[in-house]
Design a protein around this ligand. Structure first.
Ligand code: RB5
Length: 148
């Protein structure tokens, strides 16, 4: 089972707790990187906790939650080696792993209800990268990352 790093800001705190519990049930190793309560925080500070865990090899996948998921996704995608997908549907989550080799899932607590978020999370962690023509495209993402 994979090790999954998870973090949020205050606007994603409640959903984070629910997803941590769900990941525990699914028998994944969960690394909850905060915050510890709903005090107001800045989402970039928590996004990099998860991206550092993924790029440092301490987690295979990451999950980031804020109000909309947008701030987390923007921040995470600034980090070399991170391919973060903001997902509203199970289909997007599955495709992001199969076609884009996404390694961070971003969710918005103010947008996506808990039940759907759990299904999105399950789709993300159970799907795997298909490689082939998609590997060529992910290599091109890396080339863009290296040059700009
Ligand atoms: C916090 O109010 C909110 O701006 C943040 O959680 C997130 O939605 C930003 O993208």
């Amino acid at each position: 089972m994979a090790t999954i790093a998870i973090a949020s800001d205050h606007a994603g705190f409640q959903l984070k707790g629910e997803l941590v519990a769900e990941l525990g049930k699914l028998a994944h190793m969960v690394n909850d990187l905060g915050p510890a309560d709903t005090s107001s925080v800045d989402y970039p500070d928590f996004a990099v906790r998860v991206t550092d865990a993924v790029t440092g090899g301490r987690a295979e996948l990451g999950v980031l939650i804020c109000g909309t998921g947008t701030g987390m996704a923007i921040t995470a995608n600034k980090v070399h080696g991170i391919r973060a997908a903001l997902c509203r549907t199970e289909f997007e989550a599955r495709m992001s792993r199969q076609h884009n080799d996404a390694n961070v899932l971003c969710l918005g607590q103010r947008v996506t209800g808990t039940g759907l978020a759990i299904e999105i999370l399950k789709a993300f962690i159970t799907a795997s990268f298909e490689g082939g023509r998609h590997a060529t495209r992910v290599e091109k993402i890396r080339a863009v990352e290296a040059k700009r």
